[in-house]
Design a protein around this ligand. Structure first.
Ligand code: FES
Length: 190
């Protein structure tokens, strides 16, 4: 892909339609996926889907682009989390459907996690050395909220709060962007 594709003239009168290959080049698609979609804040769900402690909601982030299995949880301390939904044992999807859970349990070999993603237990691993380690926890994914819309980012180029301050300068509608909250008040999750 030539650099010319990305040339943008500040003079709008010189604007041209993008070449057709911008929409079909697999290399450009991968570059956009990794440097744009993975690094920006994307809509995930309305917070009604995780309204009460113990509620879980699995989803795929940007199907066809990022295809990342994630799960929203409201943990037992009333905090909303977004976690990787890929088991840290052999990579199976952990939560297969929305519902209410005390813990997250992988159906493949029974590994259990708390609702904030920490490893809890695994059958027949009692004698394992150097186990568990932090690598056995489900990674938390960056999470923010605008009003009641939950936004996530796999590798945010900018903290959610920084983005909300910038948006608030141009539109009062964005003033209520924040980290997801308990019903008692704000708390950071990323
Ligand atoms: S893949 Fe989840 S416990 Fe083995």
């Amino acid at each position: 892909m030539s650099d010319a594709v990305f040339e943008i003239d500040p003079d709008i009168r010189l604007a041209r339609t993008l070449p057709a290959r911008v929409y079909s080049d697999p290399d450009l698609f991968r570059a956009q996926r990794d440097s744009v979609f993975a690094r920006t804040w994307q809509y995930a769900a309305h917070d009604d889907l995780v309204k009460v402690p113990g509620q879980v909601f699995p989803f795929t982030l940007l199907p066809g682009a990022l295809d990342e299995p994630l799960v929203l949880t409201r943990d037992l301390s009333d905090q909303i989390r977004c976690l990787s939904n890929v088991c840290t044992h052999r990579g199976t999807v952990v939560v297969e459907g929305a519902g209410h859970e005390q813990q997250l349990r992988c159906r493949y070999h029974g590994r259990r996690f708390t609702l904030d993603g920490r490893f809890h237990s695994m059958p027949e691993f009692e004698g394992a050395t150097n186990f568990p380690s932090p690598a056995d926890d489900l990674p938390q994914v960056g999470l923010g909220a605008w009003e009641r819309f939950l936004m996530v980012s796999l590798a945010p180029a900018m903290p959610f709060e920084g983005r909300s301050r910038r948006c608030a300068r141009v539109s009062p509608d964005f003033r209520s962007m924040r980290s997801p909250t308990t019903r008692r008040g704000p708390a950071s999750t990323s």
